[in-house]
Design a protein around this ligand. Structure first.
Ligand SMILES: [Zn+2]
Length: 338
């Protein structure tokens, strides 16, 4: 199956009331882990790469790895998404590389750090929408700012500061009318990275009611939750048991995400949990078998550990079982629909 536009997948998810995990990749094993989980659970897949991932893996390697994933798994619909494009140029270069979806994050200026004005955000997002839709490519945008930094991208807001940059539902409504984006990342109190909350989040720090309000105003826009790793205790414990030094932290509970899915959340970004799984598996193997030095000896359990996490999320988000039902629409056909 060729790579399909993300919009097609999210439309199908909306019609059937499920969410789709978007998992970040930097290398072959991560892509393989996602595809292992997808084939086992029969799930449609969003694979995403940040700017940092694109420069780490190099675009050509990444493109061919994605094409291999599509070739080897013809029954699985795959969308390939640029995570946090910092400028129209980044999004355009992703489209040139065959990405079927891009995020123009104009909530921050092109430096990926400074919170931008509403006007700036509308301007850069519209530029991307105009070009991307002409080619059938999906556009995700962001309004409001998340906490933390991921891959060098983020305003570095603390949890408390992030509370001052939450998405304003009225502004979100205006923004979608002004830009025509397909999907909208909302800031509801989450942060990127492993340190999101200092205790199990309650409604006053994780504002799930905002999602319901935004969804009421924008029933046809697919909402996206960023920074939505759950930071499972057992994964942190494996790392620390075998020589790691992670501080105590709380992520977004899977039940909160499931609540979001009931209110229009269709794409859920998960990266940290997979990183934790990989690192824990590698630390454990090397600690228990110090004589090992073939990278396959630790990359194989690492890949399996990540696949387990992805599988659990696919089941929890409700995307499991839907792979063959997602309509296959080409970029050309999608371009005509816009
Ligand atoms: Zn993000």
């Amino acid at each position: 199956m060729p790579l399909i536009p993300m919009r097609v997948m999210l439309d199908h998810a909306a019609e059937n009331g499920y969410g789709v995990g978007a998992f970040n990749v930097n290398n072959m094993e991560q892509i393989q882990a996602i595809m292992m989980a997808a084939t086992e659970t029969n799930s449609p897949v969003i694979v995403q790469a940040s700017r940092g991932a694109r420069s780490y893996s190099q675009d050509n390697y990444l493109r061919h790895l994605m094409l291999a994933a599509a070739e080897l798994n013809p029954q699985i619909p795959i969308a390939m998404h640029q995570d946090h494009g910092n400028s129209p140029e980044t999004c355009f270069s992703a489209i040139d590389q065959g990405f079927t979806s891009v995020m123009m994050d104009g909530s921050l200026e092109a430096d990926g750090k400074t919170p931008a004005t509403y006007e700036y955000n509308v301007d850069v997002t519209k530029q991307v929408v105009n070009k991307a839709h002409g080619l059938g490519v999906t556009v995700e945008a962001e309004i409001g700012c998340l906490g933390g930094i991921e891959d060098g991208h983020g305003a570095g807001l603390s949890g408390e500061e992030a509370q001052e940059h939450l998405t304003d539902p009225e502004e979100a409504e205006r923004f979608v009318k002004d830009t025509g984006c397909d999907a909208l990342a909302v800031a509801i109190g989450t942060s990127h990275g492993a340190y999101k909350f200092t205790k199990k989040p309650t409604g006053d720090v994780l504002k799930m009611d905002l999602i319901a309000d935004i969804h009421r105003r924008l029933p046809d826009t697919h909402l996206v939750m960023h920074g939505s790793s759950s930071v499972p205790r057992e994964l942190v414990e494996i790392i620390n048991e075998f020589g790691g030094g992670l501080k105590e932290s709380y992520g977004v509970p899977v039940e909160a995400i499931q609540e979001g899915i009931k209110h229009g959340v269709r794409k859920i970004n998960v990266d940290t949990d997979n990183r934790l799984a990989i690192t824990g598996a590698i630390r454990k193997l090397l600690a228990e078998k110090p004589e090992k030095f073939d990278p396959r000896d630790y990359m194989k359990p690492a890949r399996e550990a990540m696949a387990e996490v992805v599988k659990a999320r696919m089941i929890a988000f409700g995307q499991a079982g839907w792979a063959e039902k997602v309509p296959v629409v080409s970029l050309e056909a999608m371009a005509k629909r816009y």
